[in-house]
Design a protein around this ligand. Structure first.
Ligand SMILES: [Fe+2]
Ligand SMILES: [Fe+2]
Length: 314
């Protein structure tokens, strides 16, 4: 299979003229992780304006003007920032109509969360045929995981809540690529997961030779995200790995809880369970878990306007 026989119908058009072009191997004759990794170089990069603004936010001397100067030339990001700032999730008392006011009213952590969400929507508001997911499903699942991660952070005084929020938002990014390959193999994967008791991720490995966590971490690597986020995304379905550091454990638990709640899950839903070692590692009780789930669900429902943003980013 060569780049020469790539066809237009396999292009995934993304907003801001971003295009993800990968050729699915419909016959599954020569599917390899190497092939996918080679073709990942064609992925559009994560919005530079957001990455630059995130860097600026790590400097205590950064002013609102610096941030406005970086963001104002990206209209799609500006629109998303304003809509998220006015959403119930971020709850400002006044309606904000320009970037400068929005950036000056938000706290740094809120600002980081809004920027990451604004930059991520175009990637995670996609229909994933291979996973039987509608365009809103991955966005809802990702937002719910990020909300759950925030709530969990408060429960255990997690030291890096915004890093966790970013990892939670983008943890399933590999699905947009692997989706192209799951298609014809979905039945085989489902059979392994439903009749033979494997998790969906184990079944992905058995049939496809890789899973969306591995691919997702490679995407994050190419986008120059920090090493701890790349690692947490790589680890989020692997019990031997996610138990080894707190960021990975927090991400894995947030994801599992949101799957158990059935938010934005597709063909791989309802096939995950809570690993007791995860609760021990984070020193969190089952009672705490029930409360975290309850609060996540409440906040998810309250975030309706932010959840609708997928419509404008398709
Ligand atoms: Fe996942
Ligand atoms: Fe997930």
């Amino acid at each position: 299979m060569t780049a020469d026989n790539m066809t237009a119908d396999t292009d995934i058009e993304m907003n801001n003229n971003m295009a993800l072009t990968l050729e699915p191997d419909k016959d599954q004759h020569d599917f390899t992780l190497d092939y996918i990794f080679e073709n990942l170089t064609q992925l559009p990069t994560f919005p530079k304006a957001v990455q630059k603004a995130m860097e600026l936010l790590n400097n205590p001397n950064t002013t609102t003007k610096h941030l406005v100067d970086v963001l104002k030339f990206d209209p799609a990001i500006t629109t998303n920032v304003l809509r998220l700032t006015n959403s119930a999730r971020f709850g400002l008392a006044q309606k904000v109509t320009n970037l400068e006011t929005a950036l000056s009213l938000l706290g740094r952590n809120q600002l980081k969360e809004i920027l990451m969400a604004s930059g991520s929507i175009p990637y995670i508001s996609r229909e994933l045929y291979g996973y039987c997911m509608r365009p809103e499903d991955l966005w809802h699942h990702s937002m719910a995981t990020a909300i759950c991660a925030d709530i969990l952070s408060k429960y255990i005084n997690f030291e890096e809540p915004t890093t966790l929020f970013t990892a939670a938002l983008l943890h399933d990014i590999g699905k947009i690529v692997l989706n192209l390959y799951v298609g014809g193999n979905l039945e085989k994967i489902l059979e392994l997961a439903t009749k033979e008791g494997y998790s969906f991720t184990e079944a992905e490995w058995m049939v496809l030779g890789g899973d969306h966590a591995v691919i997702g971490s490679e995407i994050m690597n190419q986008w120059d995200f920090p090493e701890d986020i790349i690692k947490a995304i790589r680890n989020h379905h692997d019990p031997d790995l996610y138990i080894q550091d707190r960021l990975s454990s927090m991400l894995a638990l947030s994801n599992i809880l949101v799957i158990i709640m059935g938010i934005g899950v597709g063909a791989d839903g309802f096939r995950y369970w809570i690993n007791p070692e995860l609760l021990d590692a984070l020193k969190i009780t089952r009672n705490d878990i029930y409360e975290v789930m309850f609060e996540t669900y409440k906040e998810f429902i309250n975030s309706k306007d932010a959840l609708m943003l997928y419509k404008d980013n398709n």
